[in-house]
Design a protein around this ligand. Structure first.
Ligand code: F6R
Length: 243
């Protein structure tokens, strides 16, 4: 695992957008796995700048979503499908046909999970998966004690994660769904390159456990220790508890 400490979130965004741009120049139809939440926004903004300046061509790029709330209509502004459309597809000029994500409104959620895992395989697998990290060490929505070989499936959010995400729902934790579909840790580990971005001191404990702690399901992100090509990009605050 490679750890890169950057001065701030903007620098982290530019670094990772640069890696994505380089990948797209080498493989124009690369499948990019995207996370939602606040942390990755500087990455998408920096990549959109590169698209606007003509430094990178996203006309053949493909996007795969990491996770989704269960029970929110797809057109709800905080469904991750809406967020990815707003923050990733539209700014990067990528059409809906080049997007894939789990169906959080499916009647048969289990079947939707299996279908998504299968679709990722049929698409050739994810070339670069961008990850955030929860304050409890989750990646995707694999909460602590998730199986390290898990596949895409339904999970229950912890109260801590629901409280962390209430800011996207007018600060009202009661509006945050209880359930999500998330790529499993085993699914995530199949991406060819994992890039985790963490910023702010609120992530410092989780980053220390990810990078220096034992490989343990209690910190799902520690599974990155198993991956042959994992890059952890942290600002100085998130790196604050590394030895
Ligand atoms: C979102 C996701 C989550 C977030 C994590 C951090 O798609 O998979 O793991 O990356 O909850 O969220 P932020 O970046 O909002 O702190």
């Amino acid at each position: 695992m490679e750890v890169v400490i950057v001065p701030d979130a903007k620098a982290g965004g530019e670094l990772i957008a640069g890696a994505m741009a380089q990948l797209l120049r080498r493989k124009p139809d690369a499948l990019l796995g995207v996370a939602t939440g606040s942390t990755p926004l500087p990455v998408y903004q920096a990549l959109a700048d590169q698209v606007r300046s003509g430094a990178v061509d996203t006309s053949r790029a493909r996007i795969a979503q990491l996770d989704e709330y269960v029970g929110l209509p797809a057109d709800h502004p905080e469904s991750y499908r809406s967020v990815v459309r707003r923050e990733v597809l539209e700014p990067l000029g990528i059409g809906p046909d080049a997007f894939m994500g789990p169906d959080g409104s499916a009647e048969d959620v289990q079947a939707a999970c299996e279908a998504y895992d299968k679709a990722l395989g049929e698409a050739g697998g994810i070339d670069l998966q961008l990850l955030g990290i929860g304050t409890d060490g989750h990646i995707g929505f694999n909460e602590p004690c998730s199986s390290l070989v898990s596949r895409t499936r339904i999970k229950t959010l912890t109260e801590q994660t629901r409280a962390d995400n209430a800011r996207f729902f007018e600060g009202d934790v009661d509006q945050v769904p209880h359930h999500v579909i998330t790529q499993g840790i085993g699914t995530i580990l199949e991406a060819r390159h994992l890039v985790l971005l963490a910023t702010g001191e609120g992530k410092a404990d989780a980053i220390a456990a990810t990078v220096e702690g034992p490989l343990a399901a209690v910190c799902p992100a520690s599974a990155l220790q198993l991956h042959p090509h994992a890059t952890v990009v942290v600002d100085e605050a998130a790196a604050g508890k590394l030895k």
